[in-house]
Design a protein around this ligand. Structure first.
Ligand code: ADP
Ligand code: MG
Length: 471
């Protein structure tokens, strides 16, 4: 791959306005409404290239605004009056496909009636086929399911103008090379292909050679603002490591923490150790059913679980706001992955903590990290941490699950209405509300949780009695 442009991340204040780009007045107005006032670095580097219809390979970290970087050019090219699939985005998981679909819908608000359809496994084929028959302009999905639709002839790609491979490295990790190749071969040759990735493993170059035409390549080197992420390294023995995570959490008391382990087994062991110490933590892994994953992410995002334990693969691509701390329970052998992990905290205008638990045999990994980031590691001792377990570490909120969701036409407003109306609570005692297909999840202040379950069960939501439980 040639044409590499190394672009340092400009400071946020240096971002240029979307007004410089050849976009429709409607798109520009919508971006302003969404609060997208300046371009992020990856958008600034890629949009001039992609709007000129060149193929592009872009490497940038999670949370850097890659979705808009491909959604804006594909929407610009789209003809809403043509009822055919004109753009397709391949994503590794349903979760990511849902996130991308939502972002595309937000960005498409200015144009009339653009249909975006999500096609992923885990849902039945038939309704997807019916939706395709009704016509979609944009399809977002996982490679396996898209392949199924191509096989059955329910998805026609003759009018496709733009193919996007999002989180390409993760799709390769998950063994999707052949499915991607199969799908790409079904796309018209004169399409534009855009590939987004957080890292560049070998498979990416192979994909690019086979399926892209003279792609331009941009790479946004990660440079965290040093004062925003406070990084501390603790040397621990193998025996004390899992205990050490609990001690760190009790000492620093972060509201929300992502704890990285290198293996699934370690994730399980840590979860057990934390539970034994009375710390409510949840984990994400590839073996979980979609519904379980959704429940975990909802509880983490609505602040009723303050610790999420995950491997790099399981955490990739999750757009988690306001992460106060990252704990490297196992130091990763790859310095680039380390930088990526800790970049999850210290976003926007909040500071973040990054703690690493280092075995004596892993000290050399810290040397490589320091070399790569040009920083001097700050070493600390475990015994600097106070270790009183008097004040328990409880999340501020508790999630209540209400049986009944979109299928029962429940909306967030109905639940908020029930809680602030008949049940007599204030708006401030109620947190995020997520309505899924069959369930509704509402976060409430911990102090009122038990009573809120009783009052909701005794009352009505949308005129009906409901089953409610605290999670
Ligand atoms: P990535 O795909 O690189 O992980 P996303 O596309 O999910 O990142 O974007 C991360 C967040 O940043 C989203 O919440 C998105 O709405 C927001 N965002 C993207 N571009 C801008 C922008 N130019 N200005 C403000 N917010 C933005
Ligand atoms: Mg993304």
């Amino acid at each position: 791959m040639t044409d590499t442009t190394q672009l340092p991340n400009p400071p946020a204040s240096d971002g240029r306005s979307f007004d410089e780009l050849p976009l429709s007045p409607g798109m520009k107005a919508n971006l302003k409404q969404l609060g997208y006032l300046t371009m992020t670095p990856v958008q600034q580097a890629s949009l001039p290239v992609t709007l000129a219809r060149h193929d592009l390979i872009a490497q940038a970290k999670t949370g850097s605004g890659k979705t808009a970087a491909f959604a804006i050019p594909l929407l610009t090219k789209l003809n809403p009056r043509r009822f055919a699939v004109q753009a397709m985005v391949l994503c590794p998981t349903r979760e990511l496909a849902d996130q991308v679909t939502q972002e595309i819908r937000r960005l498409a608000r200015a144009a009339d009636n653009i249909k975006v359809l999500t096609l992923c496994g885990g849902s039945t084929m038939r309704p997807q086929m019916a939706s395709l028959e009704h016509g979609a302009h944009i399809v977002v999905g996982t490679p396996g399911r898209i392949m199924d639709h191509l096989d059955r002839g329910s998805l026609n790609l003759e009018a496709l103008e733009t193919l996007v491979l999002d989180e390409a490295d993760r799709m390769l990790d998950m063994g999707f090379y052949d499915s991607i190749a199969y799908v790409a071969r079904h796309c018209p040759a004169n399409r534009q292909t855009l590939l987004f990735s957080a890292t560049f493993p070998d498979g990416i170059a192979r994909l690019a050679r086979q399926f892209m035409r003279n792609p331009q390549q941009i790479e946004l080197t990660e440079q965290h603002e040093p004062h925003k992420i406070r990084q501390r390294f603790y040397e621990v023995s193998r025996e004390e490591k899992l205990q050490a995570v609990g001690r760190l959490l009790r000492h620093y008391r972060p509201q929300s923490t992502l704890a990285f382990c290198n293996t699934k087994q370690q994730c399980r062991a840590l979860l057990e150790a934390l539970h034994a110490q009375g710390i409510y933590a949840l984990t994400l892994n590839g073996d979980m059913e979609q519904r379980e994953r959704d429940q975990v992410l909802i509880q983490f995002a609505n602040r009723s679980c303050s610790v999420l334990v995950a491997t790099d693969v399981a955490a990739r691509g999750l757009d988690i706001e306001q992460l106060e701390a990252v704990v490297n329970v196992d130091v990763t052998p790859d310095p680039e992955v380390h930088v990526h992990r800790i970049g999850r905290t210290g976003r926007a205008d909040s500071d973040g903590w990054a703690f690493s638990l280092v075995l004596p045999t892993d000290r050399h990994r810290i040397v490589s990290i320091a070399k790569m980031t040009g920083s001097v590691p700050e070493w600390h001792q475990m015994d600097e941490l106070k270790d009183e377990d008097d004040a328990p570490l409880l999340p501020a909120m508790v999630t209540l699950q209400i049986l009944g969701g979109r299928k029962e036409k429940i909306r967030a407003g109905d639940v908020l209405g029930a809680l602030t109306g008949d049940a007599g609570y204030t708006r401030e005692q109620v947190g995020k509300i997520n309505v899924t297909e069959f369930s509704t999840y509402v976060a409430v202040r911990r102090e009122i949780a038990a009573e809120a379950v009783r009052r909701l069960s005794a009352g009505k939501v949308k005129g009906k009695s409901v089953k409610v439980r605290a999670m």
